[in-house]
Design a protein around this ligand. Structure first.
Ligand code: T4K
Length: 384
């Protein structure tokens, strides 16, 4: 009999640098009394990001949602945008706030990313862009999507909220498509408490994004567009600057956790893991996804989610329900039956993964999942 964990095990916990280190950074802020509006720490953080992505075409924001909204506005996207329903709701909200109609199409079964064939089939004269999501940091089919976008003269925008630190071959995932948005929210592998980043191909967009996040100010007297306030402050930038140093270590620790989950769960009937990623992808291990097949496992995904809670393990059903099933989007006509997305949403479960999660805890979580299934089997056998 395994006892419940004494303290809750959440799906994630933010990485924090040593308190003394952050406090030293705060001393600098206290000293110069510069808290926001492109302060010195933000400038240093910006330089780090430029080096990391080997690009000057970037703009930093106070969260990923506003970054994406501003991206769409600054790029002049309008009409219809083809997107995935299997994502966090902010992806679609960013379209809605720009009065753009989302056209939901299905995803592919292995890595839950948008299906390029379905994208192509959904193009109409009103389509202006594709908004794809590297969901859980699993890369979309970037070449196929680029091909569709090029042939139909569409902008290709990536919600890369989950994909910081992911590379395809030697290239950062940021350098595919016209633009990528990364989230630096506390629940992400790399965070700035809250924060967001745009990386884009067209250098001329930088000025527009920078105006839009700062009320449209060009200088003290000129407002050139009706911008909003989406600036990153100094404390956020300080967190990002300090966490940068730990990025590789954080990814490595998560990789060990992923490997352990795979080791203990891959042969368990009814638990399905993603196929091993292609060797040219270096993934960030941002999320640990499993699918629960009710028939094979003997218990539904929702039941497993509830049972795990009894052990003080708080998994999440990212991304269920599908976005088009939320009350605020239910009235949008969806032509695609979304068969794969519906199937995935009904089975998906994200398990705890974060750098401070002990491997022994991961082992216990897996044993609990095994035991839960064993008990179902025993009950069934007992009945027969
Ligand atoms: N696009 C995609 C594909 C996204 O996934 C997101 C955000 C966005 C766009 C928008 O980016 P941002 O505007 O957020 O930068 C969380 C996050 O709030 C959200 O950022 C994230 N995606 C989404 C997938 O997950 P919740 O409502 O599930 O978070 P919450 O508060 O329930 O936190 C989950 C667990 O994390 C908690 O049970 C405990 C732990 N936690 C959380 C926080 C905030 C901590 O230990 N400490 C913390 O400070 O949405």
């Amino acid at each position: 009999m395994i006892k419940p964990f004494e303290k809750p095990i959440y799906v994630t916990r933010p990485f924090l640098p040593p308190l003394e280190e952050y406090a030293r950074g705060l001393e600098e802020i206290w000293e110069n009394k510069w808290l926001t509006n492109n302060g010195p720490i933000l400038k240093r953080f910006t330089q780090e990001l430029r080096n990391f992505f080997e690009s000057d075409n970037l703009s930093i924001f106070n969260n990923g949602t506003l970054a994406l909204q501003i991206a769409l506005q600054g790029m002049g996207i309008s009409g219809e945008v083809i997107t995935t329903p299997f994502t966090f709701v902010a992806t679609t909200h960013a379209l809605f706030w720009n009065k753009i109609r989302p056209v939901f199409v299905d995803i592919e079964p292995d890595y839950y990313t948008i299906d390029p064939d379905k994208v192509e089939a959904a193009i109409t004269p009103w389509t202006t862009a594709i908004l794809a999501v590297h969901v859980y940091g699993y890369p979309c089919k970037v070449n196929a999507l680029a091909d569709v976008a090029r042939r139909h003269n569409l902008k290709l925008i990536y919600d890369a909220a989950h994909a910081f630190g992911v590379n395809i071959g030697a290239r950062s995932i940021a350098h595919f498509g016209d633009l990528s948005m990364f989230s630096f929210h506390a629940t992400k592998l790399f965070h700035t408490l809250e924060g967001g980043l745009l990386i884009f191909e067209e250098a001329g967009l930088k000025e527009t994004f920078d105006y839009l996040k700062n009320f449209g100010f060009k200088n003290e007297l000129e407002v050139v567009m009706p911008g909003t306030n989406a600036k990153m402050n100094e404390m956020q930038a300080l967190m990002g600057l300090q966490i940068f140093k730990y990025l590789e270590e954080m990814i490595q620790k998560r990789a060990n956790i992923s490997e352990m989950y795979r080791h203990f769960l891959e042969d368990l009937p009814g638990i399905h893991l993603i196929p091993v990623l292609s060797p040219d992808i270096s993934w960030n291990h941002g999320y640990m996804t499993i699918e629960v097949d009710e028939k094979e496992f003997g218990m539904s995904r929702d039941k497993l989610y509830e049972e795990l809670k009894k052990y003080n393990i708080f998994t999440r059903r990212y991304f269920y329900p599908l976005i088009c099933d939320y009350a605020c989007y239910r009235n949008i006509a969806v032509k695609d039956p979304l068969t794969v997305a519906r199937h995935a949403a009904s089975r998906i479960l994200t398990l705890p993964i974060y750098d401070g999660l002990e491997l022994s805890t991961v082992e216990t979580i897996c044993k609990i999942i095994h035991n839960l299934q064993q008990n179902v089997v025993l009950r069934v056998v007992g009945k027969s």
